[in-house]
Design a protein. Structure first.
Length: 288
């Protein structure tokens, strides 16, 4: 028979074998786990150190601010005592001047690019910067008319012409349609000085492509006439399309009923400028 001591030793060995097989982690896992554990502990310790350092810095900054406040109070008391004996003259601040321009625009006899119905028309105003055009303002859309009269447009004059009445401005007249989109009717290149001197006058609106085609057709016609007079046969006959291009003059007219400056020295808002134009107490002619 097995003794009790040998039996207990055998059971202990069996339990050790079971622990090693199923409960003890392998060496590979331990090699991966221990470095990550150390890094995590180091990060926690570094955060705790940083937190303590920031608290110390905050306390030091608070003490410095308190000292600076005491110094400022002393300086203010000294300045008040000196201001009682000395008088300092204050210089007036220079006010920035804002210039607004009001334009009352209408069109006459515009060419209708659509075969059915009347177009919806609007005007865009551009300034010329080098060889580029920059849009400054856009009017409302006047529906179903070839003779629209738009509401007055108020523009920042410094953005439009940099307060130079002789500087050229481009007015482009567009027609819109939900099926064909935007179509250019024509454009007018002029200046504020010309508008002011010719108020209620007519400024022609010309389509640039049609004008170029007209110049080419005129040149071809002159060459054809000179060849015919010298007795040379002309290979290209004169077509009806060329005749219609030669008869093109313009796509309508622009009219300006009003073009005035408003000098505003207080605010740069459109609402205030509109009030000034309504009262017309600050309006000044752009050519004066």
């Amino acid at each position: 028979m097995e003794s009790l001591l040998a039996r207990s030793q055998r059971e202990e060995r069996e339990m050790d074998d079971l622990y090693r097989r199923y409960l003890e982690p392998p060496l590979e896992l331990l090699a991966l786990w221990l470095p990550s554990r150390r890094r995590m502990l180091e990060a926690i310790k570094s955060k705790e150190k940083k937190g303590k350092e920031t608290e110390k810095e905050k306390d030091e900054k608070g003490m410095e601010k308190a000292k600076d406040g005491d110094k400022d109070q002393k300086d203010d008391s000294i300045h008040e005592a000196s201001s009682e004996t000395e008088v300092v003259e204050s210089k007036p601040k220079s006010r920035k001047m804002f210039y607004w321009l009001e334009l009352d625009i209408s069109c006459e006899g515009l060419m209708n690019p659509f075969s059915l119905g009347l177009p919806d028309v609007f005007v865009e105003i551009y300034r010329i910067r080098g060889h580029l055009l920059e849009r400054v303002c856009r009017s409302e859309t006047y529906r179903r008319s070839v003779d629209p009269h738009f509401r007055p447009i108020i523009i920042n004059a410094s953005q439009l012409c940099n307060m130079q009445p002789d500087r050229q401005i481009v007015f482009k007249v567009w027609s819109t349609d939900r099926f064909e989109g935007r179509i250019l009717i024509g454009e007018c290149v002029t200046s504020l000085s010309k508008i002011q001197t010719n108020l209620s006058g007519r400024f022609p609106v010309v389509h640039p492509k049609k004008y170029k085609m007209k110049l080419q057709a005129m040149q071809e016609q002159a060459e054809r006439e000179s060849a015919a007079s010298s007795g040379i046969s002309v290979p290209v006959p004169f077509s009806a399309a060329n005749a219609s291009i030669l008869s093109y003059r313009n796509s309508g007219y622009l009219r300006f009923q009003r073009a005035e400056f408003c000098i505003n020295a207080t605010k740069a808002s459109l609402a205030y400028a509109r009030q000034c134009f309504i009262s017309s107490s600050l309006s000044v002619s752009c050519c004066s």
